[in-house]
Unconditional design. Sequence first.
Length: 311
Amino acid sequence: MSSQSPAYDYHLPVLYKETLEGLNIRPGGIYVDCTFGGGGHSRGILEKLGPDGRLIAFDQDSDAQANIPKDDRILFIAQNFRYLQRFLRLNEIEAVDGVLADLGVSSHQFDQGERGFSIRFDGPLDMRMDRRASLTAQQLLEQYSEQELLRIFSNYGEVSNSKTLAKFIVTNRTAGHLKTVQAFKEFIHPMVKGNPNKYFAQVFQALRIQVNEELLALQELLEQIPGVLAKGGRAAIITFHSLEDRMVKNFFKNGRLEVEEEHPFLNSTFRSPLKVITRKPVTARPEELRANNRSRSAKLRVAEKIALSQE
């Protein structure tokens, strides 16, 4: 079976067929697309749903609203997926049969220079996925301390010389250096180690993760998944870097983010409500890699809500 996704101008959904298969969609079920974007995965879900099925779509980026199909079965919520459970309850939905999240930045966001996500285009150093948010990448670089910048570059970008870079920025920063993508790249160019494009990509990833609180939002989503899934419901999450994938892998395996150390004299009473469906992450097949370069770093993991004996 080919894994090539349907073509959409806004965003080419990665691992399209594999994700829909992983969700094991029932025609009458209720499903959530946490990252609607161009609506590619959502359209696939709608095609598999019957007239009584429902799709709840989240996206904090206002640009995504132009892609909402005219379909009475879809409810669009213009919010970050970290508020999943809150908005399900507001809409009187107690449990759903599937949750999908395609993390990271959409092709549309990368290709819009004025959004500031890409190192390929010049534009304001913004990086906000939700333009209602107050903090931009420029403001972050202007205001954060050397220690805070060190933490961001080291933890979120795995930048090799994070300490030196943080010190350089704080010592030499001016508004002119930090206003645009090109100005910032020229400003930090003396700090570049190795391949410049790879280095800039790591720095931009780190800034973007912090501006949008991406890992915190993912943590909050994961913690809500067992509570919103019906028995037999599935969660399918696509990640694009190791920080996200590690969080998803560990949560699906253990059913929680904080894992207790084994104690030789105590037995833990906690049992994970999730069963891992994908023993190894699903990655793009050769035909998809040829059609969509962005799919090269995509990893899909799927877990299922199981019934515990005491329930």
